[in-house]
Every structure is written in structure tokens, then in C-alpha cells.
Design a protein around this ligand. Structure first.
Ligand SMILES: N[C@@H](CCC(=O)N[C@@H](CS)C(=O)NCC(=O)O)C(=O)O
Length: 217
């Protein structure tokens, strides 16, 4: 048994981020499934782990951690190699800024609006609201354009080696790329495409593709 128990299911972008971080750092963990789509995040048992009813939550040393940024900080502190948080202040600030915008804006437009309607609702045999998709697309395109600018001069989102925020964005982008609209937008942003090609090459990406979507990446 490992020192870490990760609560969450493989379809969650944030859970996938934490799984990728564990793999990049070569640390093993156990996983207990808590499926958002089955409403398991709002059971009394899970609310004791995460008072806001979300995944991931990470149990370690008798303590439960929640919020992916905090879990990433914990892992970085305990397992500093390979470094996934830049040591240099300007780069670290850049990384924190990307984490904030991904959490606050990208996840909303790309997952809660575009992917939820185009990928999740059909999976749950629920109707698709095309007006939500139409309203999300200009936001998604704008978000791609900001990535494009940043990635013009670098391989990863922050200068230097791959960092936490690449692993925060990659599972979100995976859902965007399951939609025809997302794939069409990507064609206009070659630097983002290069980043997407690079992150997909990593073993941690390949090993965490949710089974249900394996044929789609
Ligand atoms: N701010 C949280 C976000 C986590 C999150 O939104 N998780 C989603 C799955 S990707 C979830 O648990 N949703 C369940 C719900 O909202 O009921 C973090 O950084 O960990």
C-alpha cells in the first residue's frame, strides 16, 4: 500500500493532472474512485474529504488535502525532482498566473461549457444546448490566442522545462480536442498545436488517458 490515496475518477481533468504529477515524479499512489457523473462527490463520506464536493482529494499521513494547486505544491515540496515548479521568481509568477487563469477561465469555457455540452451530455444521453456551445466558442478562441502568443517563443507554457501548468492544461485540452469545434480552432494556432503534440508524447499523458476515451486520445 502506498503513502498516498487519491480520491477521484479518471474522467476528471483535475484528477488526471494529479495522476500525471505523481507519474512525472515517479511516486506511486493508490486511487479510490469517486465518480462525479454518478454524483459520488456529494455523499457525506466524500464531503468529509472535500467540503466543496469536488475531486481530487489526497489522503496522506492522516491528513486530507484538496484543491489541485495545493496538492501540486505539496508534491513539489516533498518530491522536488524533477522540478515542476520553476525556481526563478519571474517564471514562478508566470506559472501561478497561468494556473489562476486556467482554473478561473479556461476550465469554465472549455470544460463546463464546450466539452460538457458536446462530449459529456451525449455520453449521459442528455440533450445538447447548442446556444451554450455557440457562446463558449469566442471565449475558447480568445483563450487559444493567449496560449499562442506565449508559446511563440517557448516549448512549454512557462519558460524553461515542462511545469505544473502544462499538466493542468493538458487534460482540459484533451476534452477540447474531442469536439469538432475545438479541433477546428486548433488549426488556426500552430504554436498551441506544437505544445499539444509535445505534451501528448509524455508517458504520463498516455498512461492517464481515461479508458472510456482511449480511442479518442
Ligand atoms: N478547484 C478544484 C476544482 C476541482 C473540480 O472542479 N473537479 C471537478 C471534476 S474535474 C469536480 O469534482 N466536479 C464535481 C462537482 O462540481 O460536483 C481543484 O483545483 O481541485
Amino acid at each position: 500500500m502506498s503513502d498516498f490515496v487519491l480520491y477521484g475518477f479518471d474522467g476528471s481533468t483535475y484528477v488526471r493532472t494529479v495522476r500525471m504529477l505523481f507519474m512525472e515524479k515517479g511516486v506511486t499512489y493508490d486511487q479510490v474512485s469517486v465518480d462525479v457523473l454518478k454524483g459520488e462527490t456529494h455523499t457525506p463520506e466524500h464531503l468529509r474529504r472535500h467540503p466543496f464536493g469536488k475531486v481530487p482529494a489526497l489522503e496522506t499521513g492522516g491528513r486530507i488535502l484538496y484543491e489541485t494547486d495545493a496538492i501540486a505544491e505539496f508534491l513539489e515540496g516533498h518530491f522536488p525532482a524533477p522540478a515542476l515548479v520553476p525556481r526563478q521568481l519571474d517564471d514562478r509568477v508566470d506559472m501561478r498566473q497561468w494556473a489562476a487563469v486556467i482554473n478561473n477561465y479556461y476550465y469554465q469555457a472549455m470544460i463546463m461549457e464546450l466539452a460538457w455540452q458536446r462530449v459529456i451530455n451525449p455520453l449521459l444521453q442528455r440533450p445538447v444546448d447548442e446556444t451554450v456551445i455557440a457562446a463558449a466558442l469566442p471565449k475558447v478562441r480568445h483563450q487559444f490566442s493567449l496560449l499562442e502568443q506565449s508559446l511563440a517563443s517557448r516549448t512549454w507554457l512557462v519558460a524553461g522545462p515542462v511545469s505544473y501548468v502544462d499538466f493542468l492544461l493538458a487534460p482540459i485540452m484533451a476534452y477540447v480536442m474531442m469536439t469538432p469545434e475545438g479541433r477546428a480552432i486548433m488549426m488556426d494556432f500552430p504554436n498551441v498545436q506544437r505544445w499539444w503534440d509535445s505534451i501528448q508524447q509524455r508517458e504520463s499523458f498516455e498512461r492517464t488517458i481515461p479508458e472510456r476515451f482511449r480511442h479518442q486520445g
